[in-house]
Design a protein around this ligand. Sequence first.
Ligand code: KG4
Ligand code: ZN
Length: 391
Amino acid sequence: MSTRRDYSPMTYSHSQGDAFPEDGLVLGIESSCDEMAAAVLRGGREIVSSSVHGQESVHSPYGGVVPELASRDHVRVVSNVVSAALSEAGLGLSDLDGLAVTAGPGLVGSLLVGLSFAKALAYANDLPFVGVHHLVGHLVAAEVAGKGDGDVAGDDLAPPYVGLVVSGGHTALYRVGVEGLPVLLGETRDDAAGEAFDKVAKLLGLPYPGGPAISKLAEQGDPTAVNFPRPMSKRPGFDFSYSGLKTAVSVELAKRGGLAALSPSERADMAASFEAAVAESLVGRASRAMRAEGAARIAVVGGVAANGRLRKEMHAAGARDGFEAIFPPMNLCTDNAVMIAAAGTRLLSRGVRDGLDLEAFSRVPIGESPWREQEKGRESGAGQEPVGATS
Ligand code: KG4
Ligand code: ZN
């Protein structure tokens, strides 16, 4: 992702709040892309309820998210999704101790729906309120309790650790320290890994979202059938790149006479070989970061962290190189509001409170929450030691 900013250098009001109860109930709201989600969390780790409304059927005909349609659908469902989370929790608004909402990055029209709704709720119910960075939410998802699918150790995960965010919009490695915001170690120079899954799915005639569709087809294919490039594997540093891999799939397809000329097993082989290339490149870059940081644990988060091959290969690399790979349960990998409530609780507990003049931000690096300018020194993570130095 580029670091182009979409905000003016104005300042936003915020304050230092009172002590926040240790077992505080926080309502989280997430609407940065094509999921409208609400969740209630107790004490920052215990999931009381979670409601997610997806939009696959809205965007599937277009092979990707159409921003205008996403925000219109959010307006339609926001009230119902929040009500569902509260009623599943058996709680009313007056039972809540705080409110957290995604402020960016994401599609601005989508963000504004959740943000405006959350601001209205906070104002009407006089609730402490914070804006959360979407990627901080993804990272914190690995710290939330819930042994969902057998390979989750989130119960006892706490910083320091290395975080690998692999979603539809981002592919980046962070150093997550005990204090301050996560520090960027490396990121994709072009497409995100999830974006590559979605684009290659389209090339292979599969529906959106492409990740689960490719993954399913890949089960029947041979991952060694086509030797696609492993992007950046020979380059130093921790950056990623996926647009060349997408082009390689497209060139291979053309060489074989196009999609229509492929047999079902050849199509499955292409899917499996592409998935293997993405997984190997992610694991390679992550292992390199673990060595450089001397870190013991890596949290792999975001939609692509739901990928079975990536999970298996990252665990295998950990067993080989001596680190532990931690994945959130599947439902906390893709966009959800539990992660926003969790990240919000951590801010509220530190006394952070945002004002109702908070805006939505489409592009904003983790190290810069422009809506909390005064905290930058404390949150920037500047001068943090590598993870291994404190673990
Ligand atoms: O984190 P997320 O729900 O939304 C963003 O913040 O972008 O990630 C969505 C991305 C999509 O690109 C989707 O194709 C990908 O995650 N994804 C997967 C899998 N499930 C979702 N990619 C590979 N394998 C999966 N099983
Ligand atoms: Zn996301």
